[in-house]
Write a new protein. Structure first.
Length: 246
């Protein structure tokens, strides 16, 4: 369904939708999107952060070529508009040398999903914390998907992805003036680090973003169907408010 203009409601209303959407995403992942040996969970601490959803491998998972139910980038490239490598080969080797793998009793975290809230962008400290969190995950080899349904503001003028990319490159990625303001971004934390950016606008449908479980290996994240399910479970007053403003 079309993306709604969430700037029209207060942070608490979006938070309620955000919570419901997070659960729908987790449920969809665990109902068959993730291959055997993987599990998605909410409110799990990964490193020093608590992402919206984290995906773990149970024990010693098989390599990507042995796992059923996923896709290899080389065979089925994600249908995402912009793909960019954010580091050189030399930088990738340097990052591998500094990598620390954190293991949990229930499995190693391999990916996290974040739905951006207004509070992630309302001040410079909030933006830097979000950007730093994504960077820390990627440096540890944990892939990231984030969905940002709020346009750039005073503290993220080039968008969150522009700032994140700028921390890896010598300069932020140029953002075309006619680019839609919202975004879904996936990062493959393999070597080299690769980003998949889908610019979006209010009224667009959400893409099936690639959720990377291993370098070059992903499952399609069902953002559109889970967004619809979360919307259907919202209070009628919120849905009527948006429908009246069409």
């Amino acid at each position: 369904m079309p993306i709604h203009d969430w700037t029209r409601v207060n942070a608490g209303t979006f938070h309620d939708f955000h919570q419901g959407w997070t659960i729908e995403i987790r449920n969809a992942l665990n109902r068959g999107v993730l291959p055997v040996g993987y599990v998605a969970a909410t409110d799990q601490r990964v490193m020093t952060y608590e992402p919206d959803i984290s995906s773990h491998a149970r024990g010693d998972r098989p390599r990507s070529t042995e796992v059923r139910g996923g896709l290899a980038v080389a065979e089925a490239p994600p249908s995402i508009k912009r793909v960019a490598q954010l580091e050189t080969e030399a930088e990738a080797f340097a990052r591998r040398g500094n990598r620390i793998i954190i293991r949990h009793a229930r499995g190693r975290p391999v990916a996290v999903i974040e739905v951006v809230s207004p509070g992630n962008k309302d001040r410079d400290h909030s933006v830097q914390r979000f950007v730093g969190k994504v960077g820390d995950f990627l440096k540890q080899g944990i892939s990231v998907v984030f969905v940002d349904l709020f346009p750039p503001g005073s503290f993220d003028r080039v968008g969150l992805h522009g700032i994140i990319a700028g921390n890896w490159l010598e300069f932020a990625e140029p953002i075309p003036g006619d680019d839609p303001p919202l975004a879904v971004v996936s990062y493959d934390a393999g070597e080299p680090l690769t980003s998949y950016l889908e610019p979006l606008a209010v009224g667009d449908q959400l893409p099936e973003a690639p959720l990377f479980l291993d370098a070059g290996y992903y499952v399609p994240l069902p953002l559109e169907t889970t967004y619809q399910a979360a919307w259907d479970n919202l209070g009628s007053d919120v849905r009527e408010f948006f429908e009246a403003g069409r």
